[in-house]
Design a binder for this molecule. Sequence first.
Ligand SMILES: C[S@@+](CC[C@H](N)C(=O)[O-])C[C@H]1O[C@@H](n2cnc3c(N)ncnc32)[C@H](O)[C@@H]1O
Length: 212
Amino acid sequence: MEFLPEGLQEYVEDHSEPESDLLQQINRETHLHVLKPRMLSGHLQGRVLSMLSHMIKPKYILEIGTYTGYAALSMAEGMQPHGKLITIDNNEELSVRSKKYFELSNHSDQIEMLVGNAIDVIPTLKERWDLVFIDADKENYANYFDQVIDQVNTGGFIIADNVLWSGKVFDKNKQDKATESIKGFNEKMHTDSRVQNVLFPIRDGLMILRKI
Ligand SMILES: C[S@@+](CC[C@H](N)C(=O)[O-])C[C@H]1O[C@@H](n2cnc3c(N)ncnc32)[C@H](O)[C@@H]1O
């Protein structure tokens, strides 16, 4: 599913800040050499994440689901000078590529990439987060939220990607496990009194949550 009509997507990207040379390289090489390149946040969403990060000015950022590092590097742009971004992925092969990109960036000494199953790795982390980006296996979105919420600072943000799931969340005929999980997550976020929520219809849907 294309998220915006082709001309509109092009217009929006042409009138948003361009990708840096490194992000352009990641975008291009991911499309050439990596399976499922659609998983990469891409130009528009990357600029949105960068803008939100500049607004939040986070000291500690957690990303769940690194892939090739595009979103991590976009969020790192708004991080405080002595801040730290931890990103987790269970795909060891991909981590070689993302670590290479992190090394090429201005934030190489501030980004730590952890390889493992996020559900096992998150409880080992002791940081208090200002920004968390949930973008791994959809079945665990609600579990990831439960794991991190107590470690998010009041006024901190959690952003979850793909909450529209290519429109399957409002299609009554789609009842596969991932779709049901995202629907459950969206309902939970809508009613959880610990967070203020808004569903941004950007790309495949970003659920933006502010801890109250
Ligand atoms: C959508 S991609 C992340 C895209 C990236 N955040 C970006 O925008 O450029 C999802 C990633 O989650 C990882 N993943 C899936 N299940 C996971 C798990 N249980 N633990 C850690 N990572 C997982 C996959 O290997 C994949 O690289």
